[in-house]
Design a protein around this ligand. Structure first.
Ligand code: PEP
Ligand code: MG
Length: 587
């Protein structure tokens, strides 16, 4: 976290205001009084247990774990209907972690071998486990070390008999004006913090995929995480301004700053209400070009968010998230349930499900990344074709889900036509097996491919003719065109979505689709970036797929744009391979 006391704007007014920075993970502003949570980490006593007493100590541990698990299950049962969906899942994951026999066994072993008390053995084992997670390459899995720490703390609280770490706020009528300041917030604690009293969450720990971030996002409450020492620097009752857009917290601001932020907050809320009114408005440009607005999701539950944001369909369901963060592979029935849940939620709207895109930055649990350069290795469709049984299971589940509504199958990382041919063959095998087994399924599914390898974009014509639709994955397309690893911060400044070479490939793909009458959309991050919406319209794009939270902002921009005029401006810059001046497109 960075702290400063003399920010760049209005220095005189900001004179005595402490500014703290972290990672803003939920957009919005909050103004309110700090409620500083006591440190969840407990002082852990270390003492020796007599030989005869180790059995009793192990029993004490098991009872505490049972009580913590029972408590978590009860919370899941008691979740109110309006609770964020993620909470139930996260609470269950915590219960599962605690019930892992390996955890209990290893702690009991420590108690016995070292003759130490349960608290000490539990903390020691918890640290080892959390460190293992911290070393993982995948950012999501790294964040899971927080889960381990939180469940251990939960048991420690039971062992110490002091389960409560939140102040009792039952009688307080705060109406969203309290701001939680904590070291970290577990899902169970998050559940207690629901109920409209809290206007923002600030934590020392956590990143974009931490629980605080996930749950705050679903509650639509501003949050700044990874602040480092916010708990130490803020006192109970301090007046705070939280700027979730910039990841900024102002402590005890001057009246001038307070007024400024009150205005910003009011404008933000007004704009949000205006956007909501656009949910069912057509995404049509001023010159009458109809644009398809779809949503990207990673978990089946997010389909409801897509619907709520007015998405016309799911443009990208990243199925690999069903496969990650677990020791086993999801079977056909489990996948079928997940896919058909999305199809049912979308009630007749098209659902594009991408086949497993594993490899490179996403690995299955327990599988080391051994390729010399994983981004150029056995990833996505290459991995699936090399593992035909795993692919067959997924294709069978997809064809079964298609019996419930329109499913489109999207294949990632295609570069060769023979990969399309092999995928069709694999689909035919899956359909034949389902028919023989008498399982309900639908064979008339559309097949499309991600355009994310430059070779495919350059030689796009046969793919556009053969496939039913194309979806441009700009995240990877940019990395492969520019030879910039998308996850490498050292070269992040060279990761340039506006490079004329990237834009030419997007335009080339869109034009090829137009010529043969096949829909083309963009599902990479560019589609949800409102700063480039006009530029994409200028390239002739008529299909956008993005995170549900970005849909309305982009729709608003589309409704203000004149597509044909943009096409003329963009085409002339592209012909000369010049950089496109985004400001000129807004004029
Ligand atoms: C892309 O590459 O643009 C894309 C949408 O897929 P992912 O980010 O999952 O690789
Ligand atoms: Mg990709």
């Amino acid at each position: 976290m960075t702290t400063m006391t003399a920010p760049e704007t209005t220095p005189a007014a900001l004179h005595s205001t402490l500014c703290l920075f972290g990672q803003g993970v939920v957009r919005g502003y909050a103004i309110g009084r700090a409620v500083v949570m006591s440190a969840a980490a407990l002082e852990v006593a270390h003492y020796r247990i007599a030989d005869d007493d180790t059995a009793a100590e192990k029993q004490r541990l098991c009872q505490a774990i049972d009580a913590a698990v029972h408590d978590l299950h009860q919370m899941v049962e008691a979740l109110p209907d309006d609770a964020p969906r993620e909470l139930g899942v996260l609470l269950s994951v915590h219960a599962m972690l605690l019930q892992d026999p390996m955890l209990v066994q290893s702690v009991c072993q420590l108690i016995e071998e070292r003759q130490v008390n349960a608290e000490w053995a539990l903390t020691t084992q918890g640290q080892t486990l959390a460190e293992q997670f911290t070393l993982m390459e995948d950012a999501y899995l790294r964040e899971r070390s927080a889960d381990v720490r939180q469940v251990i703390e939960r048991v420690l609280r039971v062992l110490s008999g002091s389960a409560q770490w939140l102040p009792d706020l039952d009688g307080v009528d705060a109406d969203g004006s309290l701001i939680v300041v904590a070291r970290d917030i577990s899902p169970a604690d998050m559940m207690r913090l629901r109920g409209g009293k809290f206007g923002a969450f600030l934590t020392d720990l956590g990143g974009a995929t931490s629980h605080t971030a996930i749950v705050a996002r679903s509650m639509n409450v501003p949050a700044v995480v990874g602040m480092g020492h916010v708990r130490a620097l803020v006192r109970d009752g301090d007046l705070l301004i939280v700027d979730g857009i910039r990841g900024l917290v102002l402590v005890n601001p001057s009246p001038a700053i307070l007024r400024e932020y009150q205005e910003r907050q009011a404008a933000f809320l007004r704009e949000r209400d205006e956007l909501k009114a656009l949910r069912f408005a057509p995404a049509m440009t001023l010159d009458g070009i109809q644009i398809r607005m779809e949503a990207n999701i990673e978990l089946p539950e997010e389909a409801a968010d897509a619907l709520a944001a007015g998405a016309e369909g799911i443009g990208l369901f990243r199925s690999e998230f069903l496969f990650m963060g677990r020791a086993d592979l999801p079977g056909e029935d489990e996948q079928y349930e997940a896919y058909s849940a999305v199809v049912r939620t979308m009630a007749g709207r098209p659902v594009t499900i991408r086949t497993l895109d594993i490899g490179a930055d996403k690995t299955l649990d327990g599988e080391a990344t051994v390729a010399t350069n994983p981004a150029l290795g056995l990833r996505a469709i290459r991995y699936c074709l090399a593992n035909p049984e795993l692919f067959n299971t997924q294709l069978r589940a997809l064809l079964r889900a298609a019996a419930h509504g329109p499913v489109r199958i999207l294949v990632p990382m295609v570069s060769h036509m023979h990969e399309v041919v092999a995928t069709r063959r694999a689909l035919a095998r899956a359909a034949e097996e389902l028919r023989d087994a008498g399982l309900a399924h639908e064979t008339r599914v559309q097949l499309g491919a991600m355009v994310e390898i430059p070779a495919m974009a350059i030689a796009i014509e046969p793919f556009a003719e053969t496939l039913d639709f194309l979806s441009i994955g700009t995240n990877d397309l940019i990395q492969y065109v520019l030879a910039i690893d998308r996850g490498d911060t050292d070269v992040a400044s060279l990761y340039d979505p506006m490079h004329p070479a990237v834009l030419r490939l997007i335009a080339h793909t869109i034009n090829a689709g137009e010529r043969v009458g096949k829909p083309v959309s963009v599902c990479g991050e560019m589609a949800g970036d409102v700063r480039v919406t006009r530029m994409l319209l200028g390239l002739g794009l008529t299909g956008f797929s993005m995170h549900p939270q970005q849909l309305l902002d982009v729709k608003k921009e589309i409704r203000r744009a004149h597509s044909n005029a943009l096409r003329v401006k963009v085409a002339s810059a592209l012909n000369r391979a010049e950089r496109i001046d985004l400001a000129a497109l807004s004029a």
